[in-house]
Write a protein of this length. Structure first.
Length: 48
């Protein structure tokens, strides 16, 4: 990874790591939801 991509100050590095962890968690949760709910018709309720 190029050094220019990383923040210089420790607090900015901290926020970068927190942002990466949050992004990974949200992405994983979205794929989990799609796998378990979005592609399974039996989970959907009918309007009748």
């Amino acid at each position: 990874m190029p050094q220019s991509w990383l923040p210089d100050t420790p607090i900015d590095q901290f926020f970068l790591v927190i942002g990466l962890i949050v992004a990974a968690f949200v992405t994983g949760a979205a794929f989990h939801w799609l796998r378990n709910y979005g592609f399974t018709p039996s989970h959907r309720t009918s309007s009748t």
